[in-house]
Design a protein around this ligand. Structure first.
Ligand SMILES: Cc1cc2nc3c(=O)[nH]c(=O)nc-3n(C[C@H](O)[C@H](O)[C@H](O)COP(=O)(O)OP(=O)(O)OC[C@H]3O[C@@H](n4cnc5c(N)ncnc54)[C@H](O)[C@@H]3O)c2cc1C
Length: 539
């Protein structure tokens, strides 16, 4: 297989580095790019170091055989109106990033032999649920109230992360008041207090794949955050998800910064118990007393920091309280007809064997032959109004499904494209099973598929720099949300964190984490005017 030629960012060479960066960012995902761009807007010269051959982290795209696919962006919510999310995207991209709405039915849930769906618009969403579950109207209305209450709690949870420990203590009583009782509770427990109808609970949790944990394991806060995020529908970045990074990089360059690719950081250098720079995989050292890691908590603390530093600052106990999110498979499909000709929808399909999502996951983990507990199908070329201009007469489809990392662990140290027959056989059989799900839902596609390839958790490790093929970095349990060390500040002077592990997963979650990290680094006096620029009059 030929590597993709769709690449953005500037290839790293030591001689291309400028002198005297104000900050180094490890990783060019949404968290890293947002932090770098906002600091650049404040006049900092920031060096972003990305190990992959293209920038963007999970927002990167790749092309092969005349097709183009996204790896970690299928839909973004909250960008159809001048919301805070939209304003931040507009600011970072200087208005260059455009959004295309999906169908009003943005998510469809196949639950066993029943079909439910989610419809865009708060009132439409509610009315559509009532249409599907007329006897549950009161429960649905109570659910909508709960979603509304969570909003203030989410902001309080996020703001907590910006504050210094002594500030947190002072504001704790006020914050407690802003955090509703349900914020840190388990999703299933909260929902089962509203209704006993398991199909309704399954429909409300139909997007559990967006955070990677089924309802009996997940936190209601993250559930509600995702449900609210898509309440007004799903949107797709026009031109493909790589446009996100492509449109943010100029802001970093404007202040003399750069986003380097092929730039793997081997170690964060610690001298006198504080950050002194980074050592690159080629041995080159970049000195800097501010390093922001957006490479994820597992990479940062298990790989990039010297072990004695991790122990010195007491992170070993912290690390024991968090674990990786589920690993995943991807199927990337190309067809020689346009999305319109093939009748592909701008609706995501979520396919479940039945309404007990937790039981299905348990069974799948215990028995590799069991049904996939969730199969997600997305139609990116249908969602992107520009796809036809770039790749006329073709269409793409993407499938995502979970897969325990252990199935692929033995290929840990192997090279992409050279993993041998056994690996290819396993991939092929999993790919065929997933393709059958597609054909079952869209039988007109049988015989029309020109090309498809399967990615595994080892592909995720190889390209996206993860350790266990994680879909979403750390898993989103309620326990994780109580970890107040997961935030922008670390106990190691000069080291900051950002990205999905510091707040929540999702492109918007990582972007907001980037804003919080900037805020924590520069303080409110400098951040205030910048926030005004981004949000206008809004605080
Ligand atoms: C299959 C899939 C589908 C998804 N779908 C959606 C969706 O539809 N909508 C949505 O909002 N979210 C979606 N997400 C989640 C979303 O993409 C992520 O939560 C978000 O992009 C994470 O951003 P980040 O900056 O925290 O991390 P990442 O984007 O993972 O960035 C981390 C970067 O650090 C780099 N790195 C790691 N180690 C090093 C090192 N040593 N040196 C240099 N660089 C290093 C990595 O290469 C990577 O580029 C999806 C994710 C996946 C996997």
């Amino acid at each position: 297989m030929k590597p993709s030629t769709l690449r953005i960012g500037y290839r790293y060479r030591p001689k291309r580095l400028a002198a005297g960066y104000d900050a180094i960012v490890i990783g060019s995902g949404m968290g890293g790019l947002t932090t770098a761009a906002l600091l650049s807007e404040l006049g900092w010269r920031v060096c972003v170091l990305e190990q992959h051959y293209t920038a963007g982290g999970y927002t990167h795209s790749y092309e092969r055989n005349g097709y183009e696919w996204d790896v970690g962006v299928h839909y973004i919510g909250d960008v159809g109106a001048p919301t805070r999310t939209r304003k931040m995207f507009d600011f970072l991209s200087a208005g260059a990033l455009q959004w295309a709405p999906m169908d009003a039915e943005y998510d469809r849930f196949y639950v066993g032999d029943k079909t439910f769906n989610a419809i865009a618009g708060k009132q439409n969403f509610r009315d559509n649920l009532v249409r599907q579950f007329p006897e549950e109207e009161a429960a649905i209305d109570r659910y909508m109230v709960l979603l509304g209450q969570i909003s203030g709690g989410l902001s309080a949870h996020a703001m907590d992360k910006v504050l210094k420990p002594w500030q947190q203590k002072i504001v704790a009583p006020f914050m407690r008041f802003r955090k509703p009782r349900h914020l840190y509770r388990n999703t299933y427990k909260v929902l089962s207090e509203l209704t006993e109808n398991q199909d309704l609970i399954a429909t409300l949790c139909g997007q559990w794949g967006d955070m990677g944990l089924p309802p009996k394991q997940s936190s209601f806060m993250v559930h509600a955050m995702i449900a609210r995020h898509y309440l007004y529908g799903g949107f797709y970045p026009v031109g493909g998800s790589w446009k996100i990074a492509d449109s943010i990089i100029p802001m970093i360059q404007k202040s003399g910064g750069e986003v380097f690719t092929y730039a793997r950081v081997a170690e964060i250098i610690i001298s006198d118990s504080k950050v002194a720079g980074v050592e690159m995989a080629d041995g080159h050292i970049i000195e800097c007393d501010r390093v922001i890691s957006s490479a994820g908590v597992a990479n940062t603390f298990r790989d990039l920091l010297p072990e004695e530093t991790v122990c010195e600052f007491g992170y070993q106990q912290d690390l024991a309280r968090v674990g990786p999110s589920f690993a995943h498979l991807g199927v990337y499909i190309g067809l020689q007809q346009s999305a319109e000709e093939l009748g592909l929808p701008k609706t995501n399909f979520w396919i479940y064997p039945g309404n007990d999502y937790d039981a299905a996951v348990e069974e799948f983990v215990a028995n590799p032959g069991a049904e996939f507990p969730v199969v997600y199908i997305s139609f990116p070329s249908a969602k992107d109004p520009d796809y036809e201009n770039r790749h006329p007469g073709t269409a793409t489809i993407e499938i995502v499904a979970p897969a325990p990392y252990e199935w692929f662990e033995s290929w840990e140290d192997s090279t992409w494209g050279k993993r041998g027959e056994e690996y290819e056989k396993l991939k092929a059989s999993l790919g065929e099973r997933l393709m059958e799900h597609l054909y079952r839902r869209l039988p007109q596609l049988r015989g029309k598929v020109d090309y498809y390839e399967v990615s595994t958790p080892q592909s995720t490790n190889w390209f996206s720099g993860y350790q266990r093929g994680e879909l979403y970095g750390l898993e989103h349990t309620t326990e994780r949300l109580h970890q107040d060390w997961l935030g922008p500040r670390t106990r190691i002077p000069g080291l900051w964190l950002t990205g999905q592990d510091t707040l929540t997963c999702g492109v918007t979650g990582a972007m907001m984490a980037g804003m919080l990290t900037t805020m924590a680094m520069v303080g409110m006096r400098k951040m205030g005017p910048l926030m005004k620029k981004i949000y206008g009059g809004e605080p």
